[in-house]
Design a protein around this ligand. Structure first.
Ligand SMILES: [Zn+2]
Length: 374
């Protein structure tokens, strides 16, 4: 069974009209899923509940939860920055976003299933710090819930940004293997996630970072994924997988400098589902994450749901969705071509060389800790 977590209250997580995290990305995604006929006997829609303080405290400090509840700018807690401004209702809205992933994780304690929280993946939040559009770290909260039953949890993050909050929270933990493929911190927020960040203490070797070169496209992403991810599934044998499926790697994304297409994204999602079926009995908790082109996000995440159901993503948008999108957003969403972006010869050479070097140093770092990992 697949459980899709969505509620219109997700739309209240709204940093204002100038902010790139437009809540319409979630409403439009759900609309496309619904109009594609995907809420049926295979996929059940569940409306999430708000996260309670006891659950939030699994990751966040009481002082921080209190600071968010006050809904006032407080630089000591990262609240009120340009990236994460405070708005009236931010506490309730943030609790609801986190609630989707917490509820999904609790469902997975009861039965082997797939769960998908469209609003999840707020991977930059720290225990006592809001950061990068993220207030509560629902991914880390879900992992803490899953630990009540499972002893080996894989967190796999293919968002364009480094999953720094989740990494830090489990940095010394050998039961949670975190893998993040992201545009290198040399070029993009949050400026971390380099190959030599590999975990600490008993968690040393249980944190894997693949910083991708600027302009990396499907070819580079698929190569990096295949070189690193399947071997880690085999080595770690995860009992359950939490995946952050941000689509801000897309070539049209306004915040990043990568050239991934929906074809490359689909390839990675299909492979992670296959690997999760093979090693983890199909137990997958998927979280939306980033993605700032309003026409791309719904197509990507509806495609994820198709793949979870064992179907190919649909290439056409239903007319009802086209009409709805046009009215809401103000332009007609055309299916974006899976462009194979041609870089200049020298640039392509630089991109390939940078990736080869990254993969080599990443394997060297990890082979020193666990010789049989790669
Ligand atoms: Zn992102």
């Amino acid at each position: 069974m697949i459980y899709l977590y969505y509620g219109d209250r997700f739309l209240n997580y709204n940093f204002g009209p100038e902010h790139p995290l437009n809540p319409m990305r979630l409403g439009l995604s759900y609309k496309l899923i619904e109009d594609s006929g995907l809420i049926d006997c295979q996929t059940e829609l569940i409306k999430p509940t708000s996260a309670g303080e006891v659950d939030l405290h699994l990751v966040h400090t009481l002082e921080y939860i209190e600071a968010v509840r006050l809904e006032e700018p407080d630089p000591a807690f990262g609240l009120g920055s340009d990236d994460t401004p405070v708005f009236p209702g931010i506490f309730e809205a943030s609790r609801f976003m986190a609630g989707g992933s917490i509820d999904a994780a609790k469902k997975m304690l009861q039965e082997d299933c797939i769960a998908f929280n469209l609003a999840g993946g707020l991977h930059h939040a720290f225990p006592a710090q809001a950061s990068g559009f993220c207030v509560f770290n629902d991914a880390a909260l879900a992992i803490c819930i899953l630990r009540k039953k499972f002893s080996r949890i894989l967190y796999l993050d293919i968002d364009a940004h480094h999953g720094d909050g989740v990494q830090q929270i489990f940095y010394e933990d050998q039961d949670v293997l975190t893998i993040s493929l992201h545009e290198s911190g040399m070029y993009l927020f949050p400026g971390t996630g380099f190959a030599d960040e590999a975990g600490a203490g008993s968690g040393r070797g249980y944190c894997v970072n693949v910083p991708m070169p600027m302009y990396a496209a499907d070819k580079e992403y698929c190569l990096a994924f295949e070189e690193i991810v399947p071997k880690l599934y085999e080595w770690f044998q995860p009992e359950v997988v939490v995946a952050e499926l941000g689509i801000d790697t897309h070539y049209s994304d306004p915040l990043t400098s990568l050239n991934v297409t929906l074809k490359g994204y689909t390839y990675m999602v299909r492979r992670l589902i296959e690997l999760t079926n093979r090693y983890s009995r199909g137990r997958l908790l998927a979280l939306g994450g980033g993605g700032y082109n309003l026409a791309v996000v719904p197509a990507a995440w509806t495609g994820v749901l198709h793949l979870m159901r064992g179907e190919p993503p649909c290439e056409y948008l239903p007319p009802s969705f086209v009409e709805f999108f046009s009215n809401e957003v103000g332009y007609v969403p055309i299916s974006l071509p899976d462009m194979d972006i041609k870089l200049g010869k020298e640039t392509q050479k630089r991109v390939s060389a940078e990736l080869a070097e990254t993969l080599q140093s990443l394997k060297a770092v990890h082979s020193r800790i666990h010789p049989r990992k790669f």
